[in-house]
Design a protein around this ligand. Structure first.
Ligand code: PGA
Length: 247
């Protein structure tokens, strides 16, 4: 059976001493590894240290599309891989909006991740404006088409697609169950049309955007929701622990 996926996206939070405490707490936590894959995405600067200190699984919050070169401040997929990290987030809405990443760059990062055998968590999701104009499916479809649907079935089957409506990220405004299930079903159908039933069902489609201990159980039980990408609520051991036990 396909494992559920929970990602803790720590974003640009936590100083070294705080991170050590949280890591220690999470490391002693018993996660049912047969049914849940739990991956932490710390700031890049802490990645190697986290991997050396803990038996948990880690990923990078971003990569550059090139493997090396004169790109001051950037970190490549090859470098991430060499730390022992296993996953990477690509196309997070904060990268798309704050750092002006477009679909072409994101596609290059997707390819860099896969060329370096990193597990890909591909993020997509619409703005409030698109949702209010009922253009959310069209918009997410274009993100998928321009970002991941060029991949072979063999590659796509291993990907995780995170649906994160921008208007629900860090705002406390969670999408309702109907909206979440509607988009997850749409993403699954898109994958079925392109790759067939078996490959489409191997892909894990997870939800992100103000997921908390109050709503996670309900969200994770929805059709075609295979887990979550957690931001704010992942910075606290008690809430993260509850979220990991919400299936
Ligand atoms: P949030 O962030 O849970 O704080 O809304 C989710 C994300 O950005 O991945």
């Amino acid at each position: 059976m396909k494992k559920k996926f929970i990602g803790a996206n720590w974003k640009m939070n936590l100083l070294q001493p705080e991170l050590e405490v949280l890591l220690q707490e999470l490391s002693t936590n018993s996660i049912n590894e047969d049914s849940i894959e739990f991956v932490i995405f710390p700031s890049q600067i802490y990645l190697a240290d986290c991997i050396n200190r803990s038996n948990l699984t880690f990923g990078a919050q971003d990569i550059h599309s090139e493997n090396n070169g004169a790109f001051t401040g950037a970190v490549s997929a090859e470098q991430v891989k060499s730390t022992g990290a296993r996953f990477v987030l690509v196309g997070h809405s904060e990268r798309r909006s704050v750092f002006q990443e477009n679909n072409t760059l994101i596609k290059n990062k997707v390819n860099a991740a896969l060329n370096n055998s990193l597990g890909l968590v591909f993020c997509c999701g619409e703005s409030l404006d698109k949702r209010e104009k009922a253009l959310e499916k069209e918009f997410v479809l274009s993100q998928l088409e321009e970002g991941v649907l060029h991949l072979s079935g063999q590659h796509v089957a291993k990907c995780i697609i995170a649906y994160e409506p921008i208007w629900a990220i860090g705002t406390g405004k969670v999408a309702n169950n109907h909206q979440i299930e509607g988009m997850h079903n749409f993403i699954r159908e898109t994958l079925i049309n392109k790759y067939g039933y078996e490959i489409a069902h191997a892909v894990r489609i997870i939800y992100g955007g103000s997921c908390t201990t109050d709503n996670a159980k309900e969200i994770f039980a929805l059709n075609n929701v295979d887990g979550g990408l957690i931001g704010g609520a992942s910075l606290n051991f008690e809430s993260m622990n509850t979220l990991l036990n919400s299936f």
